[in-house]
Write a protein that binds this ligand. Sequence first.
Ligand code: AMP
Ligand code: MG
Length: 302
Amino acid sequence: MTHPLDQAVSILRRGGLVAFPTETVYGLGADATRPAAVRRVFVVKGRPPTNPLIVHVADAAAARRCASHWPDLAEELARRFWPGPLTLIVGRAATLAPEVGAGLPTVGLRAPDHPLALELLRRFDGPIAAPSANRSARLSPTTAEHVRSDLGDEVDLILDGGPCRVGIESTVLDVSGPKPRILRPGGIARTILEAAIGPVELDAACASPDAPSPSPGRQSVHYAPTTPAVRFETGRMPPPPADVAVLRAGDDPQAFARDLYAELRRLDAQGKREIWIEMPPDSPEWEAVRDRIIRATRPAPR
Ligand code: AMP
Ligand code: MG
């Protein structure tokens, strides 16, 4: 019998799609150098053509081959945080399919911290474009079963690596300009980045989800369940009626992030009138979780 990873490699080599686990969420992978394969990712996800894909690499050496310019800061960050949930935006090399950039001259690169993903990248020996393996604007998948129920037959193979450890998407950090800037909060907190490299800007679109964004795909309705979801600031939720499903804020940001999408899927499946979500505090360690909740909900009416 062929090893699933060898099967995955031959599917990628002939331009097919392979879903695979990472530490953040499951990715929908395609050979990042093949325009037709990358285009198929957009079609299967129903992803707007303006929303660029993250390209996964095994390590910094592989990342350098995907970049037109690899700044010292990128090297430093890769050394400290890869493999890990940090995507670095740099100028894009001509070896990549231009489609990954969705009209931008840049590319988002990251080395995922998951043994199956890394082994796949090593055996494939090339860059793999992989956005989250869900339909566009819906909840990201954190188990192989989530991928199966969202995309089913439209992926050629799903590698099952169990539930994702981080559970929310990577931090997207633009290092292509004069100052490092977070375009999307995620698995690595801003405070951790700042402890390593000094001040990091937070893009205006992160602070206010409806502001225009240099990182397409940051539209305010994203990562959303199908049941209308409403958010309440900490301590502001009235007693919920019986036809409402409730998600309470926890006290552990990592554990809450890990379970967030699976919890939202579970509550969504209950078919209640609304999902009510209690916001965690507005503090740095909750920045990424708050961002995802804001994008999945509308604020409670006052
Ligand atoms: P996903 O892979 O579904 O988590 O989405 C990837 C996200 O990364 C996009 O929605 C963008 O916010 C960001 N991104 C990827 N590539 C770029 C890029 N070249 N420039 C700016 N943002 C990017
Ligand atoms: Mg996504």
